[in-house]
Design a protein around this ligand. Structure first.
Ligand code: AMP
Length: 222
């Protein structure tokens, strides 16, 4: 099963990706995380992406498509995988369709986490992330057990640089201008819209009920 978690920045994709992949035992692939890893490793690709990411823009399709092509052919993806933050342009969506077909994989099932824009900025301000394992916390709704420390590995939590308010607003604009139109590309696919303005547990329940139907082949395409 190829899952695609779609939604604006700050909609809870990272949190749901972690819950879904633990539940389904498939890897979560975040192109944003892959780019941040390149940045931390100081590679040429990381250096190139840095200024684009810091400004809230999108890294070039060719670069991201190439990274993704290699990643989904890794052995851990053989039973399926979840994409978080990809595709973000219509070109990437078209590339992904062709790539899945070429690899003999089923078309992606789209899970769209829909959150009203005014809720997103509030969420972003209280978002923290573990730089070691990438787990996402929210100081209001999902705080770590010990303040400022990752529950899983004890690392001090950070605020992502691109979560600063002016960059975040730019990321929202990029989403509206370039990424939201990708949804139209998926109207022929198996598409599920899920209300994302609720608690993570509630959203996860909605997602599992959709996926259980998909897994038992009872899905209605809506
Ligand atoms: P994310 O962690 O998904 O919010 O991504 C962080 C940043 O990485 C984005 O704001 C973009 O600059 C870049 N990025 C991540 N995924 C993509 C993608 N599929 N296409 C282009 N740029 C991306």
């Amino acid at each position: 099963m190829v899952l695609l978690l779609f939604g604006p920045p700050g909609c809870g994709k990272g949190t749901q990706a972690r819950l879904i992949t633990n539940w389904m035992k498939i890897p979560s692939i975040s192109t944003g995380e892959m780019l941040r890893a390149e940045l931390r490793a100081g590679t040429e690709l990381g250096r190139m992406a840095q200024s684009i990411m810091a400004a809230g823009g999108l890294v070039g399709d060719d670069i991201v498509n190439q990274m993704l092509t290699a990643r989904i052919q890794c052995p851990d993806c053989r039973n399926g995988f979840l994409l978080d933050g990809y595709p973000r342009t219509v070109e990437q969506a078209e590339f992904l369709d062709a790539l899945l077909a070429r690899l003999g994989l089923p078309p992606a099932i789209v899970l769209h986490l829909d959150v009203p824009e005014d809720a997103l900025v509030g969420r972003m301000i209280s978002r923290r992330q573990c730089p070691t394992c990438s787990r996402v916390y929210n100081l209001l709704h999902q705080p770590p057990k010990s303040p400022g420390i990752c529950d899983d590995d004890g690392t001090a939590l950070i605020t992502r640089k691109d979560d600063r308010e002016h960059v975040f607003r730019e990321r929202l604009k990029t989403y509206d201008d370039v990424t939201r139109p990708v949804l139209a590309h998926y109207h022929d696919h198996t598409y599920h819209q899920i209300r994302g303005d609720r608690s993570p547990g509630y959203i996860f329940e909605a997602i599992t009920s959709v996926l259980e139907k998909e897994l038992s082949g009872e899905s209605l395409v809506n």
